[in-house]
Design a protein around this ligand. Structure first.
Ligand code: IMP
Length: 196
């Protein structure tokens, strides 16, 4: 089975492809011939995920596909960076600047709780399905590690004592928000395949 994944983020493609069973192959936007930036204008992950996959399906000959929108939510910062995680410190979308901004804002904050959330929107048979995964954890006081992407160097998932950026991809995949959402997607695709 082939499913279009509407993202230009190569880390997300790697993470999700490594979680999929061998009978599901991702078609990337590059393979679909779409190289433009996809708009994410809304204030919730669900609305952005829906907008991204609809935008892409309107522009290519494929009728089935999914997108995901994700972010880091910090209750002590009233939920920021949240849906604005990718460009929190500005349009340059720099991971380093984003991390620095979060650490500066949290300098005097003893409450280090945070969570990552991923929401996947699948369009299948003209119907829309949402799958959500959450990974709770803590924000460190300094960055540590050079694996992964985004806020990985300052996030320690619950039950661990190292950051996502100090983990291998397979270690991160055991507990990540993205994995929890993707498992629900895989489950759905397998059921749909059986009944189709
Ligand atoms: P978007 O889903 O492409 O809008 O971007 C989500 C942003 O949230 C990314 O650019 C990262 O900054 C952050 N993010 C999402 N998932 C992760 C993750 O697994 N690790 C670290 N940062 C993440």
């Amino acid at each position: 089975m082939e499913v279009l994944f509407a993202t230009n983020n190569r880390h997300k493609v790697e993470e999700i492809q490594s979680l999929l069973t061998t009978d599901i192959r991702l078609i990337t936007l590059k393979e679909a011939g779409i190289l433009e930036d996809i708009p994410e204008p809304f204030e919730t992950l669900e609305d952005n995920a829906r907008a991204k996959i609809r935008y892409i399906l309107d522009r290519c000959s494929v009728s089935t596909g999914f997108s995901e929108d994700s972010g880091l939510f910090i209750p002590a910062l009233q939920g920021r960076p949240g849906v604005h995680s990718a460009h929190y410190a500005g349009p340059q979308r720099s991971d380093k600047d984003n991390i620095q901004k979060v650490l500066t804002e949290m300098k005097a904050t003893p409450d280090r709780d945070a969570f990552f959330q991923t929401t996947i929107c699948l369009i299948w048979d003209n119907k829309e399905y949402m799958f959500t995964g959450i990974c709770p954890g803590q924000i460190t006081s300094d960055p540590s590690g050079d694996q992964g992407f985004g806020y990985d160097p300052i996030f320690i998932p619950q039950g661990s004592n190292i950051t996502f950026a100090e983990m291998t991809l397979s270690e991160k995949n055991q507990v990540s928000h993205r994995k929890k959402a993707v498992l629900q997607l895989i489950d759905f695709l397998h059921q749909a395949k059986k009944s189709g």
